[in-house]
Design a protein around this ligand. Sequence first.
Ligand code: ARG
Length: 346
Amino acid sequence: MLLLLPLVLLLAACRPGHGYYGACDTCGMRPMAYHYNNMRIVGGTDARHGNWPWIVSIQSYRLAGTGHLCGGSLITPQWVLSAAHCFGHSIHILDLRVVIGANDLTHLGQEVEVHTVRRAILHEYYNNRTMANDIALLELDRPVHCSYYIQLACVPDTSLRVSELTDCWVAGWGYTGFRSVVPNPVADVLQEAKVQLIDLHICNSSHWYAGAVHTHNICAGYPQGGIDTCQGDSGGPLMCRDKNADYFWVIGVTSWGNGCGRAYQPGIYASTQHFYSWILMQLRAAAHPTSRTWSHFMTTSSHYHGQNAAPTQASTSGSCPYPVQKLREFFTGVQNLLQTLRGNKA
Ligand code: ARG
């Protein structure tokens, strides 16, 4: 019973608009959007500051202007999810900085945190020719502090029925297509746009991508084009509102497209749901570098996999979603306690 107490307190604390947002113990919530009380991308509009509080700008000191290279999503206080193709040969992690809580990259305020990168993990089967498994994780130098402008993203496991989600958005500081001035084609202010999820079969049909899209991808945009992610948006999130509650899932990582905003050539995203257990395995392995045995990975990933069905369930009751890390900690705690109790009995 005592164990349930923190859970109940957490649930009580995180109703939209009334929560304490500093603890990084929920995900997908948008305190500023609740506060606003209404809630580049090609064809998008300026986002309001805090609309997508898990989005980060990954920058390199070697690039001109703001140094913006790619987007990413904060999935735990110390890990960012991004795209593998952002970290090609010419990119050194020592040159990188991760800007969190920003809106206008040319005017970083007090609410912004700037971090360095401790390590980058690219998917071991990322293929730069086919763009298969275009996903990566960055470990930050230290954990972030959550706030009205900095929140964790929710990553769904395979139990979320992604294709049923209808309120989906992309955001990023990438090329807007409007400014053709060569030196700085990217957006300073975060752009956002609503997109439609497009069935993979349609997306892979002959006048579209003709089989180039992988089964672990998501297609999103519009058949007629016009609104799309573009260069510089890569690594950033494709996000959908939960069907039953007011929080967002990061269902995709911006990966590629043929041009930007062209008809029948929508944006292609790596499905986070598909890589859910890969992500957990990497986080687990990074936390316990000594216990690197395959069977260990397998048990923990399937174990967590089951437990993390909870964000979906939480949503049906209208309560708040749990980030991967909090669930992991909570259930590990319960498991340890049960083990101790069992041990005492025997
Ligand atoms: N590969 C691009 C990048 O590095 C993202 C392209 C997305 N393209 C698209 N048409 N949706 O930023």
